[in-house]
Structures are given as C-alpha cells and as structure tokens.
Design a protein around this ligand. Structure first.
Ligand SMILES: C[S@@+](CC[C@H](N)C(=O)[O-])C[C@H]1O[C@@H](n2cnc3c(N)ncnc32)[C@H](O)[C@@H]1O
Length: 210
C-alpha cells in the first residue's frame, strides 16, 4: 500500500505495437499475466504455462509471430544459445523484443551472470535484422536504483531496509523525470539502466491475425 513509484520512467519512444500472431511466446514471465502469449519460465509459478529452460525451447521451429524476452538474458548460462532458440521458434517475418540491463545491481533469478550493451546484444543476434533499438530507462534510473541499494547495504535489519526503501523511494522518485531531459543526449547511454532491441526474422509469413 505504501510502496513508492518505480525509480525509473519507461522511455515513451520504445516501440510496443509490432503485430501479435495466433501464437506468441513470452520467455521468463514468472509472476506476470501475459495475455496473448504462451508464458514459459524455469520456475513453476502462477501465470506460467510451460516450465522449461529457454536454452532448450520445447517447441517446433517457426511457430511464433512474436517473442518477448524482458530482463531474462542476464540470468541464463548461455545467452547466445537462447537467442538462437528464440530465432528458431520465430516465424519468418516474426518479431523478437529483447530487454536487458546494463547498469543495474546484482539480482539473482535464480542466478545473475552478466550485463549487456546494445552492441553486445546485437552481436548475439545471428541472422536477425535490427528494427529498433534504444534505452528503456536512463542514467537517473541507474543513479536512483544504486542509491537505494547502497543505503540498504548500511542497514543491518530487514525492517530498516524495507522502511528505507519506502522512505527514499518516495523522496527520490521525482528525480526520475530528469531522464526525460538526459535521454535526448547520445552520451546518456554511458550510464543507461536497461536497453531494448526489436529484431525481425528475415522472410515473410501470412500467419498474422490482422
Ligand atoms: C528478472 S525476472 C523477469 C520477469 C519478467 N520478464 C519481468 O520483466 O518482469 C527473470 C525471469 O527469468 C526466469 N529465468 C531465468 N533463467 C531462465 C531460463 N534459463 N529459462 C527460462 N526462464 C528463466 C526467472 O525464473 C525469472 O522469472
């Protein structure tokens, strides 16, 4: 009830509306309701349709019109293999949306192996074409997320950490609007928080709903 607003503002320029098809796949959506998608995750929790490792997607090739992979690649052992798997299950002409952290604290789900630049992410993409790329959350989000984590490190008791999260969250969140200004500058990527890339599998298909 007292939870503060998120310390980041999602970039309104990030495209959201590439077409869905009859079958769409959401990779790593434990705890999320993802209407219109088949939700696969390593962990069986409410909302998950298929429990599987994204390194071995249990689907035939060329099935999905859209694949979403949001804040998952940093948790897998072999991100290149996961990118290959997502490319394999996409229909020709289908879209893959990948979001990855760059400057972000350690968070294990259940492991946390690495961070990505946009260049690094594109280097994993094989034959996929890049349709759009950019930053979902910028330098101020990075500074706020790290400040909250830093203060919590100084507090030994869990209850104090929870109180600090609520108090500082409310105090600092208005600063997130600075990213509206900072994100105009190309140098903002040096401290970017999360980035996105939209990929398209070459070829075309007639499996779109509309
Ligand atoms: C940081 S959470 C992201 C959740 C959601 N996509 C979101 O943005 O709110 C990472 C998710 O990836 C899942 N995950 C981690 N490794 C995985 C793997 N090898 N295969 C499938 N899912 C995995 C975790 O269980 C967790 O639900």
């Amino acid at each position: 009830m007292f939870l503060p607003p998120a310390p980041f503002l999602a970039n309104p320029k990030e495209p959201k509306d590439f077409p869905l098809g009859r079958w769409n796949l959401y990779v790593g959506g434990a705890g999320c309701t993802v209407d219109g998608y088949l939700n696969i995750d390593l962990i069986a929790t409410p909302g998950v349709d298929v429990v599987a490792d994204a390194e071995w997607l249990p689907f035939a090739s060329g099935v999905f019109q859209r694949v979403e992979c949001d804040a998952v690649l940093e948790h897998v052992r072999d991100p290149q293999r996961v990118m290959k798997e997502m490319e394999r299950v996409l229909l020709p002409g289908g879209y893959l949306h990948v979001v990855t952290p760059f400057c972000h604290p350690f968070h294990a789900y259940p492991r946390d192996y690495r961070r990505f630049t946009i260049q690094g992410l594109k280097q994993l993409a094989g034959p996929l074409e890049v349709i759009a790329e950019g930053w979902r959350a910028g330098p101020t989000a990075t500074m706020l997320v790290f400040a909250l984590e830093y203060v919590k490190l100084l507090l030994p008791l869990r209850i104090w950490r929870a109180a600090a999260h609520i108090f500082l969250g409310w105090l600092l969140f208005p600063l997130r609007y600075l990213d509206r200004y900072l994100m105009r500058f190309p140098e903002a990527h040096r401290l970017g928080n999360h980035s996105y890339v939209w990929f398209r599998k070459p070829g075309s298909s007639s499996a779109l709903i509309s």
